[in-house]
Write a protein that binds this ligand. Structure first.
Ligand SMILES: C[S@@+](CC[C@H](N)C(=O)[O-])C[C@H]1O[C@@H](n2cnc3c(N)ncnc32)[C@H](O)[C@@H]1O
Length: 211
């Protein structure tokens, strides 16, 4: 199926609340396991598209010596995250990725690549904001081959979630990239990273490596 892009930012308050209240533990735990089994958590971690900061809180629980810069261009999402980060070493930044000038030890991102109208600009931001020798770990969904497959995935994984989340989930799957498209994006931006299909469902890609 052809890709159907969705808006870059999640700006609607109800949409952000629905996303925050949904059960995404599987994706979070998978990401944290894969990241920590491959790379040592240290220094400054940059999270592109932090959403409600669930991943950042989990990482701080594992290693309280890290500090995280959590970026999201949506004021509504940043407001929600603000209420969750308490005393954690997390700095929230409300901005677009292409405005950032950091030098992170590790750059992470989850469920955000598919929001990009210009995915190469996303990868340029990853490259520009990660220090030489730093690490990258980006996870996102893989676009299914049909709308029927999308419906099956959403019913199976999010059958008990609210309608706003289910609609968002469907739109996100339709906006996701294929593994070959992600590999082409990396080629276009001269990024020598590994693309792996992870998890037992075959719908999640992990892009990772050292710069
Ligand atoms: C689907 S959410 C994922 C949140 C979080 N990473 C998670 O997995 O729970 C993607 C977030 O990235 C933000 N976002 C997407 N593209 C962006 C961009 N180019 N600049 C800034 N924020 C962006 C959206 O506003 C949204 O809150």
């Amino acid at each position: 199926m052809i890709r159907v892009p969705e808006p870059t930012l999640m700006t609607d308050i109800k949409q952000c609340q629905s996303f925050t209240n949904s059960n995404r533990d599987y994706v979070r735990d998978l990401f944290i396991d894969l990241l920590t089994s491959r790379y040592q958590l240290q220094g400054t971690i940059l999270n592109l598209g932090c959403g409600p900061c669930d991943f950042d809180l989990a990482l701080c629980e594992i290693n309280s010596a890290i500090n995280i810069i959590s970026v999201d261009g949506s004021p509504a999402m940043i407001d929600i995250a603000q209420g969750k980060i308490k005393d954690y070493p997390i700095t929230l930044v409300c901005d677009f990725f292409n405005n950032l000038t950091y030098r992170a030890d590790i750059t992470i991102s989850s469920l955000t690549l598919h929001h990009q109208l210009e995915p190469t600009s996303f990868w340029e931001s990853v490259k520009a904001n990660t220090k030489n020798g730093g690490y990258v770990c980006v996870m996102d969904m893989i676009r299914p081959t049909s709308y029927e497959q999308i419906d099956n995935i959403v019913n199976k994984l999010a059958g008990s979630e609210d309608e706003i989340f289910k609609t968002d989930f469907k739109n996100s799957l339709a906006a996701s990239f294929t593994v070959n498209e992600i590999k082409q994006q990396l080629c276009d931006t001269n990024l020598n990273l590994t693309v792996e299909v992870v998890g037992e469902l075959g719908i999640i890609a992990l892009v990772h490596g050292q710069l």
